[in-house]
Each structure stands twice: as C-alpha cells, then as structure tokens.
Design a binder for this molecule. Structure first.
Ligand code: DON
Length: 304
C-alpha cells in the first residue's frame, strides 16, 4: 500500500472542499488559532511516518488527552477502574450532564467530560505529583521528551470552565470524587492543554496499535486485553454523539478534541493524526472527519 501517495491525494481533495465548521470559542485561547491549518500524519509500526500540510505545527490536543489519562489510570487500578466509570456510549455531547443523575454519579464512559474528570480524580489519588507525573508518563511513551502543557490554554479554560466545575461538584455529591473538586478540574484542564503536532500525536498512539506496548522502547503501557478494550471504547465513545457515524464512515477506533485534532488507530497496522481546527456541529474536526472517511475508503482499511 502506498500510504504516502494516498495521503497526498486525499489531502488535496479535502483541501478543496469548503470547510463549513467553526472554531471552538468557549475556551477563548482556542479561537486565536489560524482556522486554515490542516495537517495529517500517518505512522506505522515499522517506524515510518508520512505527513502532509501543517503536520509539524503544534496544537492543543484537548480531549485526545483523555485516552492517555485513562490508560495511565487503567494501568494503575486494573479492572476495578470500571467501578468508577462505565463503558457505554452516551448519544449526547461531550460536556453532557443529563445522565449523571440517573446513573448516580457514575459517568457513562471515560471520554465524556464527566468520565475524564473521574479519571483525573483517580490519578490525583494515585500519583505523588499528578501534573508532573502525568507529563513524565506521556514523555516516556513518546519519541519527543519535550512535549508539554500549554499554560496559556489551561489558564484560559480555568477562567471559563464553569460547566466542568458543575459536573465535578455533582459527581462529588454522589461520592464518586475523592479529592477537592477544584484540584480535580485544575488537573483535568492541565492535561487537556497538552500540545503536540500530528507527527508526535500519531507516534505517541502507536502503542494502541501494538497491543499496549510502546514500539520505541518496548515499555508495556497496557496488557494486550486492556489495549483491545481501550480501542473498543474509542470506537464506541470517542466521538460523543458522532461515534456511530465515525464507525460507519471511517471504521477505526479514534478520539477527537475541540482543538480540531483527531487520532485514529488501525490495530497492528498504523495510527493516523489529522488536525483541522474548524469543528462540525457535533464538535469534531470538519476536515479531520472528511479526510479520514476518504482515507479509509481509498485504502480499504476500515477495521470492519
Ligand atoms: O472539557 C473541555 O471542555 C475541554 N478541555 C476538552 C473538551 C474536548 O476536547 C471535547 N472534545 N471533542
């Protein structure tokens, strides 16, 4: 398969389509990004990468970081993590609050904000210095040991994050948050502010295409079974109320972020990161969704 050629071809096709999405503006700093950015990078298990467009420019990975925090918490707690957070899709938006009351403070999955906030609470309870230790974890599985948070983005979100604070307090009222809610959301905002480019992102996620083992240094991050389960969750819950459509049109486990990034994983084959900051109505990258649909169609690489 000539990935390089197909990526160029699909990139040029998508560049021509009018992007009807809009920048996320509820985190003021995210609205300052150039909306015309468009980058793609595919990485394979044999250590090749194929990039196009703005694939070397860093962006805010936002909710994509929820996969990394979940993997670290899963590694620490094992299967008991599922007593604190469910594994069901929501059919609702990323910041939805509606099911929390029905489920008595157990979020339906770890990728909706409520679930990622519970995962942040778990990490605070289990790490000595959560912010530093989480970054050390991310750097340890990356090829780039300089990856970092963006203080600007985190502070911007901290001053407007009322809804996440509300979610955290509601979960706390049901006893499913152990730490101080403001420490928990602060840490959650920090991890959402991680920045990287498409190349770094696609390389970072290769462990999920490699049965949980980082291919660069053979560090086992998850067991084979855990890696399979994270991929299953990305497939069913990674795009909120557009998860079904992503499975239908793209057919890969994946995760989006409001910074306009998407990571998708083809187990045992490749990972692909796409970045286009304008979001569709469901809050997922307009260009990213369209690119991946065309890419897996052309390469016939939907996992289905
Ligand atoms: O909780 C928030 O609002 C953000 N920090 C992350 C949300 C996000 O990326 C949703 N994903 N598509």
């Amino acid at each position: 398969m000539n990935f390089k050629e197909i990526i160029q071809e699909v990139y040029q096709e998508i560049e021509k389509i009018e992007d009807t999405g809009e920048l996320a503006s509820y985190i003021p700093e995210l609205a300052n990004v150039d909306p015309e950015n468009f980058g793609v990078c595919l990485s394979t298990l044999d250590d090749s990468s194929f990039g196009s467009g703005n694939c070397d420019e860093k962006f805010s990975i936002q909710s994509i970081a929820k996969v990394l925090s979940l993997c670290l918490a899963y590694n620490i707690l094992g299967e008991s993590i599922w007593e604190r957070v469910g594994v069901e899709p929501t059919g609702t938006a990323f910041d939805s609050i509606v099911q929390l009351e029905i489920n008595k403070g157990i979020p339906r999955n770890p990728f909706m904000n409520a679930g990622a906030i519970v995962v942040s609470d778990i990490l605070i309870s289990n790490l000595e210095n959560p912010k530093e230790d989480f970054l050390t974890f991310v750097r340890s599985i990356s090829k780039n040991s300089e990856l970092n948070y963006s203080e600007k983005i985190a502070n911007s979100e901290k001053s407007f994050g009322y809804r996440n604070i509300a979610l955290c307090n509601l979960i706390k009222s049901y006893g499913n948050i152990q730490n101080n809610p403001s420490d928990v959301v602060d840490f959650y905002f920090d991890l959402c502010s991680l920045e990287m480019n498409c190349k770094e992102l696609s390389e970072l996620f290769l462990y999920l295409a490699n049965d949980g083992i980082s291919p660069f240094n053979n560090i086992p991050i998850l067991t084979k079974s855990q890696s399979k389960r994270i991929n299953a969750l990305m497939q069913t819950c990674g795009f909120y109320d557009e998860s079904g459509e992503f499975a239908f049109k793209v057919g890969l486990p994946g995760k989006s972020g409001v910074g306009g990034g998407i990571i998708a994983v083809h187990p045992n084959r490749y990972t692909i990161a796409v970045w286009g900051p304008r979001l569709n109505k469901k809050g997922n990258s307009f260009k990213g969704m369209n690119f991946l649909e065309k890419f897996t169609t052309k390469t016939e690489s939907s996992i289905f």
